[in-house]
Design a protein around this ligand. Sequence first.
Ligand SMILES: Cc1cc2nc3c(=O)[nH]c(=O)nc-3n(C[C@H](O)[C@H](O)[C@H](O)COP(=O)(O)OP(=O)(O)OC[C@H]3O[C@@H](n4cnc5c(N)ncnc54)[C@H](O)[C@@H]3O)c2cc1C
Length: 637
Amino acid sequence: MPLANSSDHIIQLPTTPSIDPEKVNASKIAREWLLSLEAYLSKTRPVLLDGIFHEDSWWRDMLVLEWDFHTVNGIHRIECFIGKNQPRVRLGNFCLRNGNGKCKPKMENPVPSLHWLTAMFSFKCAFGCGSGVVYLTQKSEGAKWKAYSVYVALQELHHCKERLGSRRPEGTVDFTDGIHSRPTWTERRKIEVEFHDNSQPAVLIIGAGQAGLNLAARLKAMGLFCLITEKNSRVGDNWRKRYRTLVTHDHAETCHMAYLPFPKTWPKYTAKDKLADWLEAYASIMELNIWLNSEVKIARYDESSKQWTVSLLWDGVERILRPRHIVWCAGHLALPKIPTFPGQSTYKGVVYHASEHADAGQHCPNGKHVVIVGTGNSGHDIAQDFYEHGARVTMLQRGGTYVLTEKHGLPLLPENAGIDDNSDSVPLEETDALSESLPWPVTLALCVDLTKQIATADKETLVGLEKAGFKLDFGIDGAGILRLIVSRGGGYYIDFGCSQLIIDGKIKVKNCPEGIAGFAERHLLLSDGSDLEADIVVLATGYDNMRESVRKTLGDNVADRCNDVWGLDDEGEIKTVSDQIFLHLEIQSIADLDAHNQARFGDQVVIPIFGSWEEACLFAESIRVLWLCKSLQANLG
Ligand SMILES: Cc1cc2nc3c(=O)[nH]c(=O)nc-3n(C[C@H](O)[C@H](O)[C@H](O)COP(=O)(O)OP(=O)(O)OC[C@H]3O[C@@H](n4cnc5c(N)ncnc54)[C@H](O)[C@@H]3O)c2cc1C
């Protein structure tokens, strides 16, 4: 169901009358609207859809009416979508969340010309239960409140509830007649991890980063046997091996792992080694099955048996596994994009990709000329590292870069609103549901205004940067950081101090839209005919599309069936490498779904497209049941 203007996803936000929140009984309006939706769906009363939805409304559906993510735009499409699926799904039992804070029905004014009433609700359907959010607007003052946008997300399956609280595991080991020595917890964990005796993981997860660990924890809680294969020798090494000065750019409160949030004493921004240790501890506490030092050598899928045959090397020993599903959690930054240039072989200096940068100090850079190619987050961090080690640093910039500051701009992102108010009133799951609830085209349209607000807050820095010759860009259509993340997973810098060094002329910027022409013995030759003296060149040139890293591990057969990530599809959902959401298959056997869905999802690989730590956490957060991946929330990289 493509969007009307699917090529660019630019939508016109509605204009509504201005409303005094004090004069609106938001709970009453929301409750009545939900009753009407219930009546429409159950046909208990004659309710017409156009009595409760606006003509140009939206329905965002995560695994409720279909086993996929869908964004449906326009009342007629919504009507068809509901009509096709409701007899099977039996969505209903709506219950308004009337709690505190963010969950409470309330009026919001996201942009000056738009006032909407937001309300959260819970629901049940044939397969499980979940939560939703409705955005109600009025066409004119006093007019009927109708839905501008509705979001529903399945969060729990009737037949596969997470083993939490009263359903938690006993922890004791059953005595079996005739077996005199019962395995202890340590012995049982060893047996579970090793997958000997023909036991097989239902799901093989590739990669023990945030995504893989979160996912494994969720699946384990749902009773699915998982194994993570991780090429590093310790969980967390993916962060430990990154550059010495790295501190993440996301507030800890937006990055919790499933079931085990960071303590309240946790710093706002996490140093990479601290994060690495946390991930390692998490894997141990959550009793996740991980094979370290292991890599998939060959993986083949058998359509008839609906299972994979995977050959892995684990500590140099070959093991064959037959999982039903493989989930690719190897990160979207797995394959560095490393350009080569004429004359590079005769260059006498040092050249390397940003992914190999560990510590500027290793290069004894004092007084040396360092050129950083690329002006994204890594480029800035590395430039700052070299500057602090006494190098003469120049950043080479081709196109414009979006910059927002940690101090003024970052707090304005919706995900950071009220984050430091120490309030525990809104459960994480509900915050996640809220942050996911708008269709991407609507979110991105709202971002245009937000980006202007951020630019105003960051004015001093932005003006200074331009004066210093740094080329700014405000993202596609002026929609700032979120649009850049969704579209290409990069192209921005969250300023943690490097911008001031540029403004002060301590780090130089050279603009050259056509980029590098080649290398001379001690210089970089630029396409505009100029050159830059360079003892060290760092290529902060980004990473290849995830599909190519899939190809490297799972081979052409799988990669050729995958899509490139980034951007929005015709409906307005984020493009993932794979259209299939593997857990659907698992649900089918559990919930005994219909043949249509079995045929549709009887496939093998799901490739989450994590662009950031937040995304990765949100992935598993949202996979309370099986909700998948993207949740590109307002993730920052
Ligand atoms: C320098 C740098 C700074 C960053 N800072 C931030 C930040 O501040 N905030 C933020 O949100 N994001 C940041 N990111 C992005 C970060 O990578 C993601 O946020 C997050 O780590 C994604 O988690 P993930 O689990 O999807 O992937 P990753 O963390 O990349 O984990 C993937 C795991 O898979 C393993 N692996 C890869 N290939 C294989 C294979 N074939 N077989 C077995 N194992 C494999 C890797 O060793 C790794 O352990 C940063 C990235 C970089 C490079």
